[in-house]
Design a protein. Sequence first.
Length: 411
Amino acid sequence: MTECPHAAGAVPLSGPRFQGDPVRLYREIRRDHGAVAPVVLDGGLPAWLVLDYRELHQVTSDPVLFSRDSDLWNQWENVPADWPLLPMIGRKQPSILYTVGPRHAERAAMIGNALEAIDSFALKRFAEEFADELIDRFCSKGSTDIIAEYAMLLPARVLARMYGVSDADGDALVGSINDMIDGRERALAGQQHLAATMLKLLADKHAEPGDDVATRMLADPGGFTDEEVMQDLMVMMAAGHQPTADWMGNSLRLMLTDDRFAASLSGGRHSVAEAMNEVLWEDTPTQNVAGRWAARDTHLGGRHVRAGDLLLLGIAAANSDPQIRVDGSALTGGNSAFLSFGHGEHRCPFPAQETAEVIARTGIEVLLDRLPDIDLDVPAGQLTRRPSPWLRGMTSLPVVFTPTPALGDRI
C-alpha cells in the first residue's frame, strides 16, 4: 500500500497563516502530521512537506533516492500551463536546479569558480556605494520604508554590477524577481523579464567581455550553451537578490524591535552579526524549498512516499525542530548548523553565501552609520509579512530618524 499526499487534513501551503506566526503553524503541522506532512499547492496539487531536521538532512543527503529531476513528478498531467508556481517548480528547464549527476557537479564548479573570482574588496565597495546612493534619496526626509526604498533595492543592484548587468537593467530587475518568487498572478511575466535581461547580458558579453561573473561563465571550459548559462544566471540572480533583501529586512526588524540589539543601533557591530545569525535560525528568509522528487517508492518519517511524489524542504520548520532545539535560544549565538542555505550537493554554493553576507551586513552597517537614531514609525505588532510560503520577508518597515544631508550635498 502507498499513501497519497492528498491525505485527509492536508495543509494548504498558502494563506495568511504564513504571514503571521509560521513557527506556530509548523509546530501545529508537526503535532498533527509528524515529521513529514501532506500539503496542497495552488491548484489542488499534492506534495509532502519535510519538517524535521533529521528527515530533511536525510532527503538532502541522498540525491539518488530524492532527486532534483523534476521530470519525475507524478502530477505534471494536472499542472496547467499558466500555473503561477512554475517559476519555482519548473519542468524541462536546463538550469543547475534540475540537473543531476556529474553534469550538476560540473555546473556547480562553473558557478562556484565564477563567484569565487569576485574581488571581495570591490564587492564591499560596490555595496557601500549603492547603499550610500539609496540612503541619499531619503535621508533628508526623516522617514522612509526601509524595505521598499532600501533593502528591496540594494542586493539586485550590487549583484547586477558584479554579474555584468548595466545599472539601468539592474534597477528594472527588482520587480520582476519579486513577482516571480511570490508565485502570484505576475509570476510568469516576472520570469520572462528576468530571462530577457539575462539573454541581453550574454549578448553584450559576447560582444564585449568584461571582468564579471557572466563573462567568466561564458569562458568556462565545460562547454555550456548560452541557454544553460542564461538559466543559471537567472537562478543566481533570483536566489541572490530576494533572500538577501529579506535577510536585511528581517535582521533590521529584529534589531529595531528587540531590546537585546538596541546597542547596535549606536554602533555595536558585533550585534549586527549576531542579529543576522539569529535570523537564519529563527526567521530565515528561505522558509520552504521546492523540492525533491522520489525516484522510487520509499518510506520517510513514517510516511509511504510514492515514486514521483514531490517533497518540499521545510527549512524554517527544521531549524525550529524541538528534537534539536530543546532550548530555543541555545543554538543561535554563533552556531551555524541551521539549514537556511540548504544541505548536500544542491546547497547554496559557499561563494554565494559569502556574497550574500557581505551585501546584507554592509547594507545594515552603512544604514546604521548614516542614521544612528533610526526607530520604528509604527507599533511592532502592525508589521506584516508577504504571503509567500517560500520566502519570509517584510511587506514594509516604516522608520523615522533625524534628517541628515545627503552625502552628495556635502561635497
